[in-house]
Design a protein around this ligand. Structure first.
Ligand code: FAD
Length: 524
């Protein structure tokens, strides 16, 4: 269909569905350079996400070719009488429909359709930054920067996520203790606000918008460009895992390692994570491609009598020119830790392979049909002072000895997070991420069912509430405004609401987050 005819069709569909009273000729004047689609396959893709627990069909899908396209569409939605909603979709890796809408348009930000005018990420070697399109996947950012011998400093465990999507949350991994989350490593953004204005913002320019958008859950604008800080790229990674049977020794060592963030590079690790092993299957699970399948690790061999084990995971980056000192540096650091002596597992691999490790696991799961299944994930920030109570109540209590997926646990330093951004973290200098990354399977085993796992998530949240453990959800999901107010706390909620009034007064953006009631209420 010719682009203008298709656009007319889309507009009439919008008019009949949400009663849009905007003069259609105004929308026709949009002259979108990209592609506005009602193709069923586009609509279907935008209706689902990685969580596979929510479905909402948009009226149309925009594949923008530029930031101006995004601004044109949002501007038109802002001008519509009934509040047509607009949701940016990065790579659809949300769990609870956060990038969906049923009464508006989804903007497919990821670059796969090839209609964009924006080129590859652009690197400034001299100033050590990269300018990336908001829908760029981190894997593509990495590939481009590596051509210049540079790489971003702070990561997520998985790289097939979009720049705009992770910056709307925080973007965390084992480097966060040292460099802060990804939102602490951004110099500048181009943002289309809910009024359809395309603005550049940074610490110095439009700073309120800059801080609002970082960790802003897509509520204040659509990120079309991010300028991200870079460092010289390491060539290789020494990747080490050690085991603990005692939780307080495990957390003491993790906290010690993150306290070294101010030390010279050779006196600290570059990445500190960890995970909980509550059953035998897990140590060799999909995130643990680290251990050779021909030589699986046996929990029983560590004398835990069926109890919970904790695995500390650390890495040291290096350049081939410094390879001769890496053994010494690693050994000196490991000597200060208190893990089970016989439990040191080491591997060595190229930097890219380490960063891209979860993709390998994805391919394995896809080949077994275990990727496109419901994911009732729960991510919590737990204050340091209560992490032992969480261990007793959840890892050793609620979870029993079955988990259905990896459980990550690692601490972060709050001083690496900027309070002016929109993200919410516990009120303590150190807090832990606990990520219950579970997959629901239709296997006949009740303990693997979606209902069972979802109930268990609710039980965990109730336990924290009853025990007064002031957790904050990461990648938060609530369905009532009361819960959102509780999540943000009074002061931050006041700021968050004011920012909404300033930057998206008609509440048209990212309605799938269910924070503010949209004008077209059916989009919840
Ligand atoms: P989407 O899910 O498409 O969007 C998320 C939200 O951001 C939506 O509200 C959307 O409207 C909004 N949004 C999207 N693009 C933009 C934009 N350009 N401008 C403004 N708003 C926008 N997170 C971590 O921090 N660390 C991890 O290690 C990590 N590992 C993961 C591993 C896997 C396998 C998966 C599935 C997720 C993981 N995540 C991790 C979570 C991830 O950060 C979130 O799913 C996040 O939403 C990014 O996904 P996305 O780019 O697909 O965004």
């Amino acid at each position: 269909m010719a682009p203008k005819l298709l656009l007319t069709f889309v507009i009439y569909r919008l008019i009949s569905t949400v009663g849009l009273t905007l003069d259609p000729t105004d929308l026709l004047r949009l002259e979108v350079d990209g592609h506005l689609s009602v193709d069923p396959s586009d609509v279907k893709t935008a209706s689902v996400d990685f969580g596979m627990m929510n479905r909402a069909e948009p009226l149309a899908v925009l594949h923008p070719s530029s930031a101006e396209d995004v601004a044109r569409l949002v501007g038109a939605a802002y001008g519509s009488a009934h509040g047509l909603s607009v949701s940016a979709r990065g790579h659809g890796h949300s769990i609870n429909g956060q990038a969906q809408t049923s009464s508006g348009v989804v903007i497919e930000m990821s670059a796969s359709k090839g209609v964009r005018q924006w080129g590859l990420p652009r690197v400034s070697e001299q100033s050590r930054y990269v300018d990336a399109w908001g829908g760029e996947l981190w894997i593509d950012v990495l590939k481009t920067t590596l051509e210049h011998g540079l790489a971003p400093k702070s990561w997520t465990d998985y790289l097939y996520l979009s720049v705009g999507g992770t910056l709307s949350n925080a973007g965390i991994s084992g480097q966060a203790f040292n460099h802060g989350p990804q939102i602490s490593n951004v110099y500048e953004l181009d943002v289309v606000t809910g009024k359809g204005e395309l603005l550049t913002c940074s610490e110095e320019q439009n700073s309120e918008l800059f801080h609002a958008v970082l960790g802003g859950l897509g509520q204040f604008g659509i990120i079309t460009r991010a300028r991200i800080g870079l460092e010289p790229a390491p060539q290789r990674v020494r990747w080490i895992r050690v085991l603990y049977s005692n939780f307080s020794t495990f957390t003491k060592d993790q906290e010690y390692l993150i306290s070294l963030h101010g030390q010279p590079p050779n006196q600290k690790f570059d990445y500190v994570e960890g995970f909980v092993i509550v059953d035998e299957g897990l140590i060799n699970n999909w995130r643990s491609s680290f251990f050779s399948p021909r030589n699986p690790v046996k929990i029983s061999s560590f004398g835990t009598n069926g109890g919970v084990l904790y695995c500390l995971e650390v890495t040291k980056n290096y350049h081939e020119s410094t390879a001769d000192t890496i053994d010494q540096d690693v050994e000196a650091l490991l000597k200060r830790l208190d893990f089970i002596p016989s439990s040191v597992f080491t591997t060595d691999l190229p930097y890219v392979d380490f960063l891209d490790r979860v993709h390998k696991a994805e391919l394995k799961l896809r080949s077994k049909g275990l990727w496109d299944v419901p994911h009732p994930w729960l991510n919590l920030f737990v204050p340091r002072s209560r992490i032992a109570d969480f261990d007793e109540g959840v890892f050793k209590g609620i979870l029993g000895n079955k988990t259905s997926g990896p459980i990550l646990i690692y601490p972060m330093n709050k001083n690496k997070w900027d309070d002016r951004t929109s993200v919410v973290t516990p009120e303590e200098d150190v807090f832990y991420l606990v990520a219950l990354l579970r997959s629901a399977l239709d296997s006949g085993d009740e303990a693997q069912s979606l209902e069972y796992l979802s109930n268990q998530n609710r039980q965990i949240l109730r336990f924290c509430d009853d025990a007064g453990i002031k957790v904050k959800q990461y990648l938060p999901h609530y369905t009532t405004q009361e819960d959102w107010v509780d999540h943000f706390g009074d002061d931050k909620w006041t700021l968050f609401s004011k920012r909404k009034m300033d930057f998206d007064p008609r509440r048209i953006l990212a309605t799938g987050q269910r924070i503010f009631k949209p004008m077209a209420a059916s989009s919840w």
